[in-house]
Design a protein around this ligand. Sequence first.
Ligand SMILES: Nc1ncnc2c1ncn2[C@@H]1O[C@H](COP(=O)(O)OP(=O)(O)O)[C@@H](O)[C@H]1O
Ligand SMILES: [Mg+2]
Length: 295
Amino acid sequence: MQGERRQWHDETVSIAFVSTSWAIELDPDLPLLLDAAGRRGIDAEITVWDDPAVDWSAYDAVVVRSCWDYFTRREEFLAWAASVPRLHNSHEVLAWNTDKVYLRQIEAAGVPIIETRWDVAPGDDLGDHTEWVVKPTISAGSRDTARWGSPDDVYAHSAELVAAGRTSMTQPYISSVDDEGETAMLFLGGEFSHAIRKGQLLHRGEGVRQDRDSRESIDPRTPSDAQLEVSTAALAAARDILGFTEPLLYARVDLVTADDGAPVLIELELAEPSLFLPQSGGGADRLLDAIAARI
Ligand SMILES: Nc1ncnc2c1ncn2[C@@H]1O[C@H](COP(=O)(O)OP(=O)(O)O)[C@@H](O)[C@H]1O
Ligand SMILES: [Mg+2]
């Protein structure tokens, strides 16, 4: 197919990797993707999603990467996504996945998620826990997210988010994150590619901080069978919910370990996940092959 298309148009295949102007320098995956494209004779460019000068229809594939400002401009971002042909992941996926309310559907499909209460109001039951996390459903990079040791702080933070018109999530603080961290499972072209460990981000007593570097402390990790099983189930559930038969071009499944030792989903990142390609052992090549197979 690819050969036919190339001959028909008598031109090389071209791909746009999409970022945000301030994120280009911060995304370590981008240079590896450009190199992998170059090795295949594919023209690849880094573009910025809100650049009005870009002709998105000129590319054989437009691949969303580090559009990390989407959550402050979600409507605008999704309108852009709806207007772009040959976008990966698709507009439907981006719209569904950029609001963590999707976790309710994933849970209903039988995939274990962190116990979550939505829009907690003062006096609501918080479960038998000593520490909690409060976060908005639309966010990234742990912004507006905090770890609290007192119910009063939980109620106040949740009320603040709700008053701002947002949906709040309240969860027990999963204590294994302090030592074991979080496990990000990367799937490229529908196949498991690699996993990494991400260190703890939320510290006791720090309150709501906006300036965390959510990419710090990344190491390769070998996943357990249970982690592979839960992440595969989470992706299958997402595909069922969205009615897709094809696997997604890229997906990241973030897991933590519950008190009973079982992996549970913290989030499914199908929009603009860091893919941790420098820690992937050839992940950029696997992604380029998967893109080429879809052109
Ligand atoms: N229930 C929780 N227990 C422990 N740590 C948490 C919990 N929820 C979030 N965190 C920490 O906060 C970070 C950001 O939360 P997350 O749900 O992944 O949202 P996002 O990455 O979209 O900001 C996580 O990477 C993790 O370090
Ligand atoms: Mg996260």
